[in-house]
Structures are given as structure tokens and as C-alpha cells.
Design a binder for this molecule. Structure first.
Ligand code: ZN
Length: 269
């Protein structure tokens, strides 16, 4: 059993991660991590994928069809499974996560910083500005780990998405931002490994050269899934295809929780 951190980097493309994120590449070369290519579920949009990743269900089954469906999740999900098992949840994430698992609609003041045992996200730190700096977000993530020792922590930086919408994926700005995120991770992952966390790093969707996502092509659909384990049993680049649907049951397995029947994806660990 392990504690789990999920870094859900909004709009992190597979090819950009592989080419630009050298610390993660180092962990692969040293067999301290495993890499899968996720062919993302559709549509390649944020809120539908947030729910797909946390429920293990395709969009047509969970009903969060677009970014404009503003309501709480009504399906078994990771946060609920962890809290119901008496374990601790935390997140530093965009306001839509507060809406999906804590409270909808989001109140920018009331919901910004919450701590409560009864909440699905028990220790939540939320932001609503797409330009919220990833550097500040990762610092908050590091604080949540030290202060609350959560069993499940979601870290959701918006920097790749914000940069991609401003400059497109075929831009130096988008590529450089991936390098910056990799450096931020390099400053945190060793501590998390020492604390016994398994860290997963993935994206909800990609980004195209037209500064958008939502379609079906590989640039908008393919994202990485890195799994970094404290037991140093990484497989390197597996060359295997995985699914967004695999993430929720894999996290339940890592946390030694019963996997809800609705989570039908493959357990990757
Ligand atoms: Zn976007």
C-alpha cells in the first residue's frame, strides 16, 4: 500500500512531455518510473476529463458532457472512495474540481480554502484564474503534503493549458513551460518518494497549433502517464498504450481500496 499524488497537468501533450521534461526522462532511464502513452478519452476537454479521470467512466456514462455542465459528480470517484475508507484527501486545483466534488457553483471566497473531514476534498486549495502561477501552485502542494500527510493529493497546474491557448502548442512558450514544470517536479518528487508516495503524472488532453483542444487528433488526444514508485520498480518507457479509464482503478489499487464496480479500466500496477 502506498499514498498517492496525482499531478494532472492541464493540456500536457505526450510528445511535449517526452521531449522537454528531462527530470522525468531521467527517472525513466534509471528505471525509477514507468511511462505509458494515454490515447485520451473524448471529448478532449477539461471538465469532462476531470470527471473521467476521477470516476474511470467515459463521458456518456458520467454525464459531464462539456465544460458547461456545472454540478457535483454523481458517480463513485477517487475522492469519495478515499474519504469513505477513513483516509485523507487533499487538492490544489482549479475551481471546477471544487464544483465536481465539494460544492457547486464555486464561490470564489467561501470555497477557496477549505478544511473539513466531511468534504470529499477534505483539504482543498482552489484557484479560478487560468493564469494562476504553477510555481505558487506547486509550493501549495508541497505545503499540503507536509501539513496534512494526505493519502490522496491531486495537484492540478493550469500553466500548459494557459500557455497553449495563448501561443499554441507549436511555440517556444509552450515547450519552455513544460521544462519549467519538469524543474518544479524535480524539486518535489524526491521528498515525496522519501515520504512513501507513488506519484502519477498525466494530462487531461493535449493542445494543437491553433491554440485549442477538443478534437480527436493525436496532438489534442495523446497525453503521458508516468508512474513513479517509492519501491524503485519502474519499467522505463513501456511503449504501451493506456487509457484515462485506467487511472481511477490504478489509484484505488495503490491505496489498497476496494475498486468500485463502475471503474472497469485496467489496473496498471
Ligand atoms: Zn484548455
Amino acid at each position: 500500500m502506498s499514498k498517492v499524488i496525482l499531478v494532472l497537468s492541464d493540456a500536457l501533450r505526450y510528445d511535449t512531455a517526452v521531449e522537454q521534461m528531462g527530470f522525468l526522462g531521467h527517472l525513466l532511464e534509471k528505471k525509477l518510473a514507468s511511462l505509458y502513452k494515454i490515447v485520451g478519452e473524448l471529448p478532449s476537454m477539461s471538465r469532462p476529463m476531470y470527471e473521467t479521470i476521477h470516476t474511470g467512466l467515459p463521458v456518456i456514462e458520467h454525464g459531464v458532457y462539456s465544460n458547461y455542465v456545472v454540478r457535483r459528480s454523481n458517480q463513485p470517484n477517487i475522492f469519495q472512495a478515499v474519504r469513505d475508507a477513513g483516509k485523507t484527501t487533499a487538492a490544489v486545483a482549479y475551481s471546477w474540481f471544487s464544483e465536481l466534488y465539494n460544492h457547486a457553483p464555486y464561490d470564489i471566497i467561501e470555497d477557496r480554502e477549505v478544511d473539513g473531514e466531511g468534504l470529499l476534498i477534505q483539504h482543498g486549495r482552489f484557484y479560478f484564474d487560468d493564469a494562476y502561477p504553477d510555481s505558487e501552485l506547486f509550493a501549495t502542494a508541497g505545503m499540503l503534503v507536509r501539513k496534512f500527510d494526505p493519502d490522496y493529493l491531486l495537484i492540478h497546474p493550469m500553466g500548459m493549458d494557459d500557455t497553449g491557448h495563448k501561443y499554441g502548442a507549436d511555440s517556444k512558450e509552450y515547450r519552455v513551460h513544460a521544462i519549467r514544470q519538469d524543474v518544479m517536479l524535480a524539486n518535489l518528487i524526491p521528498e515525496w518518494l522519501a515520504r512513501g508516495y507513488t506519484t502519477l503524472i498525466t494530462g487531461d488532453h493535449g493542445m494543437n497549433a491553433d491554440k485549442m483542444h477538443g478534437g480527436t487528433t493525436p496532438d489534442m488526444r495523446e497525453v503521458p502517464l508516468y508512474i513513479i514508485s517509492p519501491d524503485s520498480q519502474g519499467k522505463g518507457d513501456t511503449g504501451e498504450i493506456a487509457s484515462h479509464l485506467d487511472i481511477a482503478p490504478t489509484i484505488c489499487k495503490l491505496l489498497d481500496l476496494p475498486i468500485p464496480d463502475t471503474m472497469k479500466g485496467t489496473v496498471l500496477v
